[in-house]
Design a protein around this ligand. Structure first.
Ligand code: NAP
Length: 353
């Protein structure tokens, strides 16, 4: 039996993970956590609503931690898991973005694996199986472009949270859905890919594929490109991460190839500056990705509460990045401080927005 601790059990990923675990005879849910939503309908020996995730993990002693918490709040669990050499099925991209170097150092000490749950990174992980790093020319992250693909900045001035929450291809939690509309999500994924696969930023491309059938590609030095295709259904990458290398069956139907037309286009980074800001923060390194993430979390909350316009999200993040000085992230305290300061700066920018 593989004992799974599921953090964020009431969320979009969490619910789908429970379905995968319940359907698999050798996966056992040993612990489940949420922030405030009841876990009464979840069948697990250890359950915790709110409180310290590390205490729960210490008691659960899992074989794999599925970190499906949203936001920077997932950072302690990511580092705890990697430090102990326990496999980490990672949906909580924000923790790897904020703490990339520390997480990789913890993983090197612990010796466990990071099994990506993000569909793009799961795709890349699969396309990279069996290949040496020097054979890889570049990674190509795909994105749907979100609900506002093709719009101009003028047309985005007055869009509402409800419009931004209407994602064309994926059903997800609110925060990641807004991130998809601003392209911040693709920016977070760019930084996540850099850390997961040890590929420099200049070798990571982003391309829009509006129907989310192509989940990402790897270009190799011989001119070949391997792509991962499938319907947009998170149960596939969740199952892959939890059952690797078994690749267990899922209820997802086979692709109907004759019904597909695949289009690709370049992302519009002028209209959606969050992708550019993420790339710059990633290239700056140190605490900059942590600042990008923290300011984005503040701005997205403000947008969802109708305290900030859609285009204001990037303005708040850009201000926080400009006003804060990127410093090396030597330990968790450095990151906690960078996160705290970035939230203060974002709030100050919000006050004049
Ligand atoms: N949804 C997707 O399809 C998808 C795809 C790729 C990657 N991801 C990533 O997966 C993560 C989760 O996304 P989601 O869409 O599933 O989010 P979501 O639906 O908003 O769910 C978030 C989950 O995290 C829990 N949570 C938040 N803060 C917590 C804390 N401090 N302690 C314990 N639990 C906490 C929430 O509990 P409550 O219910 O009590 O608030 C909820 O169970 C995000 O990092 C996202 O970027 C999601």
């Amino acid at each position: 039996m593989k004992r799974v601790a599921l953090l964020g059990a009431t969320g979009s990923i969490g619910r789908q993970a429970i379905e995968i675990i319940e359907a698999h005879p050798r996966l056992e849910l040993c612990a489940a956590a949420s922030s405030s939503t009841s876990l009464d309908d979840v069948d697990a020996p250890l359950k915790q609503v709110g409180g310290d995730l590390i205490e729960l993990l210490e008691r659960a002693q899992p074989d794999v931690v599925l970190n499906a918490v949203v936001g920077f709040a997932g950072i302690h669990a990511t580092l705890w898991t990697l430090e102990r050499g326990i496999d980490l099925a990672l949906a909580n991209k924000e923790s790897l973005v904020a703490a990339g170097d520390l997480a990789l150092a913890a993983q090197a000490r612990g010796g466990g694996r990071i099994l990506p749950v993000d569909s793009e990174h799961s795709a890349l992980y699969q396309c990279l199986q069996g290949s040496a790093r020097e054979q890889v020319a570049s990674l190509v992250l795909t994105g749907s472009g979100g609900p506002f693909r093709g719009r101009t900045r003028d047309e985005l001035g007055s869009v509402t949270p409800d419009e931004a929450l209407a994602h064309p291809t994926w059903r997800m939690g609110r925060k990641i859905t807004i991130d998809s509309a601003t392209l911040a999500n693709k920016g977070l994924e760019l930084i996540e890919a850099h850390f997961l696969f040890a590929v420099p930023y200049e070798q990571i491309e982003v391309v829009i594929q509006p129907t989310s059938i192509v989940h990402s590609l790897v270009r190799f030095r011989d001119g070949a490109a391997l792509a991962h295709l499938g319907y947009p259904d998170m149960r596939v990458p969740i199952s892959y991460a939890l059952t690797f290398p078994e690749r267990a069956a899922t209820p997802v139907p086979p692709l109907d190839l004759t019904s597909l037309t695949l289009q690709f286009e370049a992302p519009d980074v002028e209209t959606f500056p969050m992708l550019r800001l993420a790339r710059e923060a990633g290239e700056t390194g140190g605490t900059a990705p942590c600042v990008f993430n923290a300011a984005n979390e503040v701005a997205v909350s403000a947008f969802l509460e109708n305290r900030l316009a859609f285009l204001g999200i990037a303005e708040v993040v850009e201000a926080a990045l400009t006003w804060s000085e990127a410093t090396p992230a030597r330990d968790l305290d450095d990151l906690l401080e960078a996160d705290r300061n970035a939230r203060v700066l974002a709030d100050e920018r919000l006050a004049v927005a």
